[in-house]
Write a protein that binds this ligand. Structure first.
Ligand code: NAD
Length: 257
């Protein structure tokens, strides 16, 4: 499809679900993929699989919410050669309304979903500027623009990701840095399976069907469908696209009426 030959990409949360599909799509398109993951074992396994299929990947253990770790790691990667693409994909879910979300959960969601993205921007943008440009892709959610019921902190955190995308796109227009986000509705990943197992034990299959039907198209997205859009948006072919949000939502935002 689109080539990422000779490009180096960082993918946070790049060993599971959507991030895994992005790592695989980028590696197949010729990029060297750095998987920035809190789950080191999974990241090692994914990097080994990519290498076994002839691609280039490296696994790095990191918590994106820890700024010192992020700056140190991205500095090390940048010292080996230019970084061209940053995908801020790592994120965690939470169920709750304003009066049922405790302070610890509120802070945890913001620490990972919001501060984690900021940390990676903070660490990577100086390298992009020094190298004459770069591409940033953030993983938001339909929750950012519609506010999903019973997902108070999560929806707000994704709203912040959407706003960060616009702000960064404006601030670095003259530095040849493009910044966009994707807003998926439900994608069938371990994130969804874990949510169902935790909140609906014994009713996972029934709830899976029910959640699938909340999307007008009648099913969840597959991770590789997000990977394909991510590949396009990070390729040179999308050179005119910046400061925008791409819903990948089976009609969730506009057709749910
Ligand atoms: P997932 O749980 O399958 O994968 C997330 C990955 O992020 C995991 O590998 C995890 O180890 C990693 N991670 C979590 N916290 C981290 C941290 N602090 N530092 C580094 N890595 C960390 O989830 P997914 O469904 O693939 O979701 C990926 C992104 O897409 C998330 O930002 C999520 O909010 C967003 N999203 C998912 C859906 C969906 O339905 N699956 C819908 C909309 C948006």
């Amino acid at each position: 499809m689109f080539s990422l030959n000779n490009k180096t990409a960082l993918v946070t949360g790049g060993a599971s679900g959507i991030g895994l599909a992005i790592s695989q799509a980028f590696a197949e398109a010729g990029a060297t993929v750095h998987i920035l993951e809190i789950n080191q074992d999974l990241a090692n396994q994914v990097a080994d699989d990519i290498k076994a299929s002839g691609g280039r990947a490296e696994a790095h253990a990191i918590d994106v919410s820890n700024q010192a770790q992020v700056v140190d790691l991205i500095g090390q990667i940048a010292s080996q050669g230019p970084i061209h693409i940053l995908v801020n994909n790592a994120g965690v879910a939470h169920v709750g309304k304003a009066d049922t979300t405790d302070e610890a959960d509120f802070e945890r969601i913001f620490r990972i979903n919001v501060k984690g993205v900021y940390n990676c921007l903070y660490a990577t943008i100086p390298h992009f500027k020094a190298n004459g440009g770069g591409v940033i892709l953030n993983m938001a959610s339909v929750a950012a623009s519609v506010g999903i019921a019973d997902r108070f902190a999560y929806s707000m955190s994704k709203g912040a990701v959407l706003t960060m995308t616009l702000s960064v796109a404006k601030d670095y227009l003259n530095d040849n840095i493009r910044c966009n986000c994707i807003s998926p509705a439900r994608v069938h990943t371990p994130f969804v399976d874990g949510f169902l197992a935790k909140n609906y034990p014994g009713q996972e299959a029934e709830m899976f069907e029910k959640l699938s039907k909340t999307q007008p198209i009648g099913r969840m997205a597959e991770p590789k469908e997000v990977g394909a859009l991510a590949l396009y948006l990070c390729s040179d072919e999308a050179g005119f696209i910046t400061g925008t949000d791409y819903p990948l939502d089976g009609g969730f935002i506009r057709l749910n009426n």
